[in-house]
Design a protein around this ligand. Structure first.
Ligand code: FPP
Length: 231
C-alpha cells in the first residue's frame, strides 16, 4: 500500500521541552530513518514524506538553512544504507531553487537506487500540489504545441503521467501528525480517493508502534466498508 505522511509538529515538540525548533527537526530526521526501516514489516510498499513545502521558504532564514543542512546530512549519510536495503528513492517537487550540492546529492541517490525493487520512497522537497499541477500543465501544453498530443486526447491519465508521481499508485492513506486537519498542498491530485488519519502525536513521537496502530485502524475502516457493501 501507498502511505503519504505530512510530518508536522517538530517545532512544537521542541518548544514544549524548552529546546530550539531545530532540535525538533533533528529528532524528526532520526524519526524518518526509523519509519523508513519499519515499512517493509508493515506492508507499506510506497512511502511519501512531505519534507519541505513550497511555502516553507517563508520561515526564518536560520530555520530554512538548518533544514537544508539536515537534508544534506540525510542524503549523504543514508545513501549506502538505503541502497543496501533495496529502497528506490524518488524526489517530488521542483528542485531548481535548491542549492546545487543538494540537487547533486538528490540526483546521485535517485540514480543509484532507481532499479531497486524494495520500498519506493518519495521525498517531497520544495513540493506543492498546485505547483506540481502547474508544471504538469506546462509540459502537456509544450507537447500540444509541438504536435505530440491532441487536445482531445488529454485525459486524467495524461495528467497523472505528467506528475512527479508518474507510474505510481495513488496514496491509500495520508497521515498528518500534530493535530492539524488540513492537506496543506500535499498530493492535491493524488489524494482524490485517499483515506485520512489525523493524529495528535507530533512527528518526533510517531514511532513504528503508532504507525502500526494507525495502519490497523485504516484496515479495520476499509474492511468495515466492505461489510456494508456485502449486506
Ligand atoms: C513540520 O514541523 C516539519 C517540517 C516543516 C520539516 C520536516 C523535516 C524533517 C522531519 C526533517 C528532515 C527530513 C528528512 C527527509 C531528512 P513544524 O516545524 O511545522 O512544526 P510546528 O508546526 O510544531 O512548528
Amino acid at each position: 500500500m501507498h502511505v503519504g505522511i505530512i510530518m508536522d509538529g517538530n517545532g512544537r515538540w521542541a518548544t514544549r521541552r524548552g529546546l530550539a525548533r531545530l532540535i525538533g527537526h533533528k529528532r524528526g530526521a532520526t524519526q524518518v530513518k526509523t519509519i523508513v526501516k519499519s515499512c517493509p514489516g508493515l506492508g507499506v510498499d510506497t512511502l511519501t514524506l512531505y519534507a519541505f513545502s513550497t511555502e516553507n521558504w517563508k520561515r526564518a532564514a536560520h530555520e530554512v538553512e538548518g533544514l537544508m543542512k539536515l537534508f544534506r546530512g540525510y542524503l549523504s549519510n543514508n545513501l549506502v544504507e538505503l541502497h543496501e536495503k533495496n529502497v528506490c528513492v524518488r524526489f517530488l517537487g521542483d528542485p531548481s531553487p535548491l542549492a546545487p550540492d543538494i540537487r547533486d546529492l538528490m540526483e546521485n541517490l535517485r540514480r543509484m537506487t532507481r532499479n531497486n525493487t524494495g520500498l519506493q520512497l518519495n521525498v517531497a522537497i520544495n513540493y506543492g500540489g498546485r505547483d506540481e499541477l502547474v508544471r504538469a500543465t506546462r509540459s502537456i501544453a509544450t507537447k500540444v504545441q509541438a504536435g505530440e498530443i491532441e487536445i482531445s486526447d488529454i485525459s486524467e491519465q495524461t495528467l497523472s503521467e505528467h506528475l512527479d508521481t508518474k507510474n505510481q499508485v495513488d496514496p491509500d492513506l495520508i497521515i498528518r501528525t500534530a493535530g492539524e486537519m488540513r492537506l496543506s498542498n500535499f498530493m492535491t491530485w493524488q489524494s482524490a480517493y485517499s483515506e485520512f488519519a489525523f493524529l495528535e502525536e507530533s512527528w518526533p513521537e510517531f514511532t513504528p508502534e503508532v504507525f502500526e496502530d494507525t495502519l490497523q485502524n485504516f484496515h479495520s475502516r476499509t474492511r468495515q466498508f466492505g461489510a456494508v457493501i456485502a449486506k
